[in-house]
Design a protein around this ligand. Structure first.
Ligand SMILES: [Mg+2]
Length: 283
């Protein structure tokens, strides 16, 4: 664990700036949800996951499956930063014949599984975790889900299976921003109380501030041999970091105008300044 919380905070600002840049460049993208899960991805790829471009084909690598696949732009910028591919490849994002489409595919280095049809990632994670147990390997499987996505019944079949098979090598993370494409999750199809639901399904439940690097780190390192899968309910803000996008459902998907983009960059620069960094230090 080499990066401090302060360094991670600076990196998150850079990631948010990069993500917006590529979404503006492509003319498409899931802005709000990408911003809400960015700190989770930052902690995963800079502190938790035992995977790198060199070890990505190793059977012992940790697996990360992004079930909320529509927020792939956030994943792209983090994978680029971790060296899985050059960030310049994102010039082609959403373009004809590009591998960098609007949902994760295995054509992109570092992506474990194609996702985007919601409600499937946890089942894939259960399968990978069972394989790890059978092969007696100690890798962990991480699955990131949206809270709106939990309305898909397949998640709860997977949750039952994970508990039944005692998959303590499986860690699910819920990006609990309380919004989905059409509004408040509690109004569309309430999944509350989420913690009690997962407990009833036999899971080890941890609720954290999804923008707090220390809390995320502590929750994402599982205890061994508990016999229970873990879920980390990460309370987040959709659109985190950009003033006019925060907690606004319409930014589920959307490209900022030139004027809006300028405001977003200013917001991020202000946050950077508050961290005591010079504005030119993060590009
Ligand atoms: Mg949501």
């Amino acid at each position: 664990m080499s990066l401090t919380d302060h360094e991670l905070a600076i990196r998150s600002i850079q990631y948010r700036r990069d993500m917006l840049r590529w979404i503006v460049h492509a003319g498409a993208g899931h802005t709000g949800g990408g911003l809400s899960c960015m700190d989770i991805l930052n902690v995963l790829y800079n502190r938790i996951l035992r995977v790198s471009p060199e070890t990505f084909t190793s059977p012992d690598r940790d697996r990360y499956i992004q079930s909320k696949g529509h927020c792939v732009e956030a994943l792209y910028v983090v994978l680029a930063d971790r060296g899985f591919f050059s960030s310049e490849k994102l010039q082609t994002m959403c373009g004809y014949d590009s591998a960098f489409v609007g949902h994760p595919t295995r054509a992109v280095p570092g992506i474990e599984h194609n996702t985007g049809a919601l409600g499937h990632g946890l089942s894939v994670g259960v399968g990978a975790a069972i394989a790890g147990k059978k092969d007696q390997r100690d890798f962990r499987v991480y699955v990131l889900m949206g809270d709106g996505e939990l309305a898909e019944g397949s998640n709860w079949e997977a949750a039952m299976s994970a508990s039944h098979y005692k998959l303590d090598n499986l860690i699910a993370i819920v990006d609990h921003n309380t919004l989905q494409i059409t509004g408040r999750t509690r109004d569309v199809c309430s999944n509350e109380p989420l913690d009690e639901k997962f407990k009833a399904f036999g899971w080890d439940v941890h609720t954290v501030n999804g923008h707090d690097f220390g809390q995320l780190t502590a929750a994402l390192i599982p205890s061994t041999h508990t016999g229970k899968p873990r879920v980390v309910i990460a309370n987040t803000i959709k659109g985190q970091g950009v003033s006019f996008m925060q907690d606004v459902a319409k930014w589920h998907h959307g490209v900022p105008s030139e004027a809006e983009y300028a405001i977003a960059l200013r917001d991020l620069a202000d946050a950077e300044a508050q961290l005591g960094q010079s504005k030119g230090a993060v590009q």
